[in-house]
Design a protein around this ligand. Structure first.
Ligand code: PLP
Length: 451
């Protein structure tokens, strides 16, 4: 094994051998990525000793921050006790306990937990489960999934097929035979003269019209993130999800709420669907914050109602043959149980609700800066959108702001002309102020650069 770990060797190895997610092929092998070597609380450290606030909280996942010794200890303890077992025929105490704890916290009758390796595989599982269920119910034509422009549901073939990132659309094949896209639900983008209420009516009608056009006998499900996260933190108008659920119920269409980002405290609740959006969906997807990002795990939580009519005597011989080697992995389950325990002991959900007004107030004031055209967010997730998407210069402005902020001590997540941030949920009021002070300075410097 190579032991030469000088910075230059690491950079060379990274460039030559590590094909990163969203790798830019034109610059392959020529990148100079920052090496992150450690972290504590909301901060990460780089090889050259810089200490940076992690604005995106990893990838919206490191809810309890870095260097959490209790989670690390729980992982180590479980690995020593039982590092793995096959979930296909046996089970383990930690995974059974975690399934129980998730069922207790999920809304309504969502009591059946299928564990996966992350968010994409949980979305895949939900879609495959729905197909499986409709086959069993003798509704083989009912397979279409309705999704939305700008949605992101994952990177496996099926979850990417119900996603709408420009890169995927342009450079990959997607399976759209049983997929239907609704237009953008961003109220900021509504036509001039259209009220938010009229826009809401239009968006709900988009869903109902799609179902009627396709035929309810063909439409199996509607999948939606409560807030479109990677699509640019798009918060649909108030009442949108509730009215969409009503449309789904009218036409026997299932509602899948993708809470990979909004779950596990990001909006101040275990799951945001019911307390924030007044819906009890049929399936909830969660991942990321579930294990605080320390080890991979996802979950697809299915309602009793959906299971009831396809189990027992009427389904003789039927097997839901979906499953992963690592479904319900004991080490990941131990990390998730410890995350839940710390959330409760330290009042993390209450803390998020307490600091949210400050976060929202500071976010709103960024809207007054010269190149910013809108700010939006909910809970501890925010987005600053700059300029006009159609200007060539604006395509780089997110990266430009991120670069300037990093020089000042803050990492952001640039998405085209936007910067998105979702810090660890343990962030204090002082740290929120510090983060926004840097962000404001970074945006001012970037705007001077561009003028
Ligand atoms: N769903 C949503 C809403 C996401 O934001 C993501 C990832 O960012 C996924 C699904 C996919 O999760 P994973 O990357 O764990 O597969």
């Amino acid at each position: 094994m190579a032991t030469d770990t000088t910075q230059q060797s690491l950079s060379d190895w990274d460039n030559r051998h590590f094909l990163h997610p969203w790798e830019g092929m034109e610059d392959l092998g020529k990148n100079s990525r920052t090496f992150i070597t450690g972290g504590q609380g909301i901060y990460v450290t780089t090889t050259d000793g810089q200490r940076l606030i992690d604005g995106p909280g990893g990838m919206w996942c490191v809810q309890l921050g870095y260097g959490n010794a209790e989670i690390a200890e729980a992982i180590a303890q479980q690995a020593k006790e039982l590092g793995y077992f096959s979930p296909f025929s046996n089970t383990s105490p930690v995974s059974a306990r975690l399934a129980h704890e998730l069922a207790r916290r999920a809304p309504g009758d969502l009591n059946h937990v299928f564990f996966t390796t992350g968010g994409s595989t949980a979305v895949d599982t939900a879609l495959r489960f729905i197909h499986f269920r409709n086959n069993l119910l003798d509704k083989p034509r009912k397979k279409v999934v309705i999704t939305r422009r700008k949605a992101y549901h994952g990177s496996t073939y099926l979850s990417a097929s119900v996603s709408d990132t420009e890169r995927t659309r342009v450079w990959f094949d997607q399976d759209h035979e049983n997929v239907c896209f609704l237009p953008d639900v961003n109220p900021v983008r509504r036509r001039a003269g259209v009220s938010v209420e009229a826009f809401l009516n239009e968006k709900v009608a988009d869903l109902e019209n799609a179902i009627l056009t396709l035929g309810a006998d063909r439409v199996a499900a509607f999948i939606a993130e409560p807030i479109l996260a990677s699509g640019g933190v798009i918060v649909p108008p108030e009442g949108y999800h509730k009215r969409c659920l009503e449309v789904c119920r009218r036409h026997d269409v299932l509602y899948i709420s993708d809470e990979v980002v909004t779950g596990f405290g990001r909006l101040g609740h275990w799951f945001a669907s019911e307390p924030e959006f007044d819906i009890v969906p049929d399936i909830i997807i969660c991942a990321k914050g579930l294990t605080c990002g320390y080890v991979p795990m996802g979950a697809c939580i299915i309602s009793d109602r959906l299971i009831a009519d396809i189990s027992g005597d009427k389904s003789k011989g039927a097997v839901f043959s979906g499953g992963f080697t690592y479904s319900g992995h004991p080490v990941a389950a131990a990390a998730a149980l410890k995350t839940i325990e710390i959330f409760e002991r330290d009042g993390i959900l209450e803390h998020v609700r307490n600091v949210t007004p400050l976060f929202a107030e500071r976010l709103a004031t960024l809207g007054k800066l010269p190149i910013v055209n809108s700010t939006r967010g909910k809970g501890l997730v925010g987005c600053v959108e700059c300029g006009d998407n159609s200007l060539a210069i604006d395509q780089k402005v997110g990266a430009q702001i991120d670069r300037r902020c990093q020089e000042l001590g803050l990492i952001l997540r640039p998405i085209v002309n936007m910067c998105v941030f979702s810090p660890p949920l343990i962030i204090t009021a002082d740290e929120i102020n510090k983060m926004f002070d840097i962000l404001e300075r970074g945006i001012r410097i970037a705007s001077d650069d561009l003028m």
